[in-house]
Design a protein around this ligand. Structure first.
Ligand SMILES: Cc1ncc(COP(=O)(O)O)c(C=O)c1O
Length: 408
């Protein structure tokens, strides 16, 4: 049944298996409430960077390519963009110079969201002896992983990522029977919402598991450059350490957070050359291609490390502000990386309503980043997610209001 009412026989019935998108659910949750009067509303529900993008770099690149608007863009991206992505990731992860062949191992995409979604269209869907094929994912998750699995016709299988597991899924606890049916496994490091970082050993074991069982490992590293002290290792590094083959691996990177350029819609998939070739073919049938001037702008951002350093420094200042207001309260953990706080609040939906009505602060209930069981219970129900996207003084104000409302 569709959340909106009776099912529409013209619409793919798999859509009915998905809850509304988290922000739609949040709008519904708060629809009958006004923000606390007399206070500036602060929206910390959405992980949209609020720092300006490097506009001068973007505009210079677009101006230099103003003659290209009449051209259809190549679906595999331009050689210049692929080269810029390969160089940026080689520098970031200190990879051997020949590991990321830009023509065979890199596919520019329009942000990681569409690419993560398409990954489930890419992989094989034959079951094991008639049983449904599986997509594994951490829970809580980025909602697109679940959408990709369900709309792709897979059985989604959750791997709990809780305080008890260090907020990373325990791959060694996935039953052998499930691994035998697994065609795709999503992982995120740094993770959303907890900001947990997998070490090189973890990533290497995940890759070895994927190869042993023949599934595709899709690692979402879109927060890789927003870290506190230590640069999170990447799965490309783990692959390099294991001999340099990229079989069964797809790694997802984005300019949205790294460069505060979510509106540019620029990302990259890097990995197994056979999978990259198939991904390119898949996109030729279903994707419009990123306009050439925007690909030139993306290449300029991948080539420039300075604005990324400035972004990271701003992110750190936001973390300092959050720590000062919340340390010792609501299970506050200073995340190693990523863009969010994951706070223990008892009942996440109730806390989100109170924060909006009493403090004019909007946050996302943790339950909306998890799948409800048949009884309606969701793993993250005791949490809220707080996006640290604003300037430090706004984050400080919001976190003080959160503390005063929920943990006075
Ligand atoms: C974990 C995760 N992956 C992927 C994305 C998609 O980002 P984009 O499509 O802008 O690269 C997001 C966006 O919030 C995210 O949180």
């Amino acid at each position: 049944m569709s959340p909106a009412g009776a099912r529409d026989p013209r619409v793919n019935d798999r859509l009915d298996q998905l809850a509304d998108y988290p922000f739609t659910r949040l709008r519904r949750l708060l629809a009958d409430l006004a923000p606390a009067p007399g206070r500036t509303p602060l929206v910390l529900s959405l992980g949209e960077p609020q720092r300006p993008a490097p506009v001068a770099l973007i505009e210079a690149a677009i101006a230099a390519h103003r003659a290209d608007w009449h051209r259809y863009p190549p679906v595999a991206g331009t050689p210049g963009l692929r080269q810029a992505i390969a160089e940026a990731l080689t520098r970031r992860y200190r990879l051997p110079a020949d590991l990321i062949d830009p023509d065979r191992r890199v596919l520019p995409v329009a942000g990681t969201r569409e690419a993560l979604f398409l990954a489930a269209q890419l992989v094989a869907r034959d079951g094991a002896g008639g049983a449904p094929p599986v997509v594994l994912m951490p829970e809580p998750f980025y909602a697109v992983y679940l959408g990709a699995a369900v709309l792709g016709g897979f059985e989604p299988v959750m791997m709990p990522a809780t305080a008890a597991t260090g907020h990373l899924p325990r791959l060694d606890e996935v039953p052998g029977e499930v691994l035998a049916r697994t065609r795709l496994c999503f992982l995120a490091s740094p993770s959303n919402p907890q900001g947990a970082v997998a070490d090189l050993g973890y990533l290497g074991r995940a890759l070895a598991l994927a190869r042993r069982h023949g599934f595709v490992l899709a690692v979402d590293e879109c927060y890789a450059d927003l870290y506190d002290q230590v640069p999170p290792p990447g799965t490309l590094e783990a692959a390099a350490a294991a001999g340099g083959r990229l079989d069964n691996l797809l790694v997802f990177h984005s300019l949205s957070k790294r460069s505060s350029a979510a509106g540019l819609r620029a990302g990259a998939v890097v990995g197994d050359p056979a999978l990259i070739a198939a991904f390119t073919r898949l996109r030729s049938y279903g994707h419009a291609g990123t306009p050439l001037p925007l690909m030139a702008a993306a290449a300029a951002l991948w080539r420039d490390p300075d604005h990324v350093d400035a972004n990271r420094a701003a992110y750190r200042a936001g973390l300092d502000a959050a720590s000062a207001a919340l340390a010792g309260r609501l299970g506050f953990v200073r995340p190693a990386a990523g863009l969010f706080l994951w706070l223990e609040v008892g009942d996440g939906e109730q806390a989100a309503r109170r924060l909006w009505a009493e403090a004019a602060v909007k946050v996302l209930p943790g339950a909306y980043l998890c799948r409800a069981d048949p009884a309606g219970a969701a793993r993250g129900a005791g949490y809220v997610r707080v996006a640290l996207v604003h300037p430090p003084e706004v984050i400080a104000d919001a976190c003080r209001r959160i503390a005063a409302t929920l943990a006075p």
